[in-house]
Design a protein around this ligand. Structure first.
Ligand SMILES: C[S@@+](CC[C@H](N)C(=O)[O-])C[C@H]1O[C@@H](n2cnc3c(N)ncnc32)[C@H](O)[C@@H]1O
Length: 343
């Protein structure tokens, strides 16, 4: 079993980790009061005060609308209201000054404080989206465009993505000279039919765009993934449902450097909290079984993976750097999440 030495440096690091998790909870509670509401000048000052209090980057809350209006998808593709109750494109007006998340979780500092950057537009915006029942799968919103930047940039040669949505990523890939073809795995036939009827005819490309009707989990294997130069996996709605899907993918033990996962850092921020709490329990020599059983079902599964993973290790952690590495190292976390545990 891994062991964590008791010394002043580690003691301080543990305290700072706990404090950062506590602060993050407070930040979320504070900002939630203002999210998705049009801000009056007084509310804006309150929000600025919250950002200052938690030491967040001091950027203006007003977002430059060119992030959308300069985006080729937002500019060129029209999504008229169409579809069935099950799957449809719809259009919502976002009133000016409505505070929204502009990206998913980002880490601030070296411990476990994560935050969503926030902002508002100074104009009313008509925002198209793809909805399946209560789920909003996709819209060309700032948080989607910003969070997919890495995937858009890295697309080259034969590209694969899992999750069609409104085809934002495929469109932006196909515009790139370096991209030769795009293949998409999508499990919902209605999403594909609607896309083929409304969006595909607007793509105006001579390159191949193949949409395969199938389940991402079945296609997530080395043989299939290796047929492509780059793959970007994006079939979850946010980090919360994403964590479950991401864990299922990790359990397949496929590790390929040309495969990336949408909002991976944000998804991992949820897993890191359980790993940290597990290590703190170990450090404080409290009962691990009691800790695991005190958690809800999803977190219990995570803690059991951590337990199995750390039980096999024999190293001694004696510095803050070593401790933080166990929490933040992406390769280590992927391995930890791939550990099989029974339900
Ligand atoms: C967030 S959207 C993808 C957005 C897309 N990247 C874009 O640029 O528009 C997720 C999509 O994944 C699909 N999906 C969900 N679970 C899936 C699964 N297991 N296999 C394949 N597709 C899935 C949904 O129907 C939805 O179309």
């Amino acid at each position: 079993m891994i062991s964590i030495e008791k010394n002043q440096e580690v003691e301080t690091a543990i305290k700072n980790l706990m404090q950062s998790m506590f602060e993050q909870r407070n930040y979320l509670a504070d900002i939630l009061e203002y999210l998705e509401k049009p801000l009056t000048p007084a509310m804006e000052r309150k929000v600025e005060g919250i950002l200052k209090k938690y030491g967040m980057p001091n950027e203006s809350l007003a977002i430059d609308e060119r992030i959308l209006t300069d985006n080729p998808y937002f500019r060129n593709i029209r999504l008229d209201k169409i579809g069935s109750e099950a799957v449809k494109y719809s259009k919502d007006i976002i009133p000016k000054r409505t505070l929204m998340n502009t990206d998913f979780n980002r880490q601030l500092g070296k411990y476990l404080f994560h935050y969503h950057p926030v902002g508002y537009f100074n104009i009313d915006l008509e925002m198209p989206s793809l909805k399946e029942g209560n789920i909003t799968w996709m819209s060309p919103a700032p948080s989607e465009i910003i969070s997919m930047e890495e995937g858009i940039r890295k697309g080259t040669g034969k590209c694969l993505t899992m999750g069609l949505g409104i085809g934002l990523l495929p469109y932006l890939w196909l515009l790139k000279d370096e991209v030769e073809s795009v293949t998409v795995i999508e499990h919902n036939k209605d999403v594909i039919d609607l896309f083929n009827k409304v969006i595909r005819p607007q793509f105006n490309t001579g390159k191949s765009l193949e949409i395969i009707h199938g389940d991402a989990f079945e296609y997530f294997n080395e043989e299939f993934l290796n047929r492509f130069d780059y793959a970007y996996i994006d079939f979850w709605e946010s980090n919360e449902d994403g964590l479950d899907d991401y864990i299922r993918l990790m359990e397949k033990n496929v590790s390929l450097s040309h495969v990336d996962f949408w909002i991976e850092e944000s998804i991992l921020s949820l897993a890191k909290q359980i790993v940290a709490l597990y290590l703190i329990t170990l450090y404080q020599k409290r009962n691990i079984t009691d800790f695991i059983t005190s958690l809800d079902e999803d977190n219990r599964k995570l803690a059991r993976k951590a337990n199995k993973f750390f039980k096999k290790r024999t190293d001694v952690i004696s510095t803050e750097e070593e401790l933080l590495n166990l929490i933040h190292d992406r390769k280590l976390l992927r391995e930890l999440l791939s550990v099989p545990v029974s339900n």
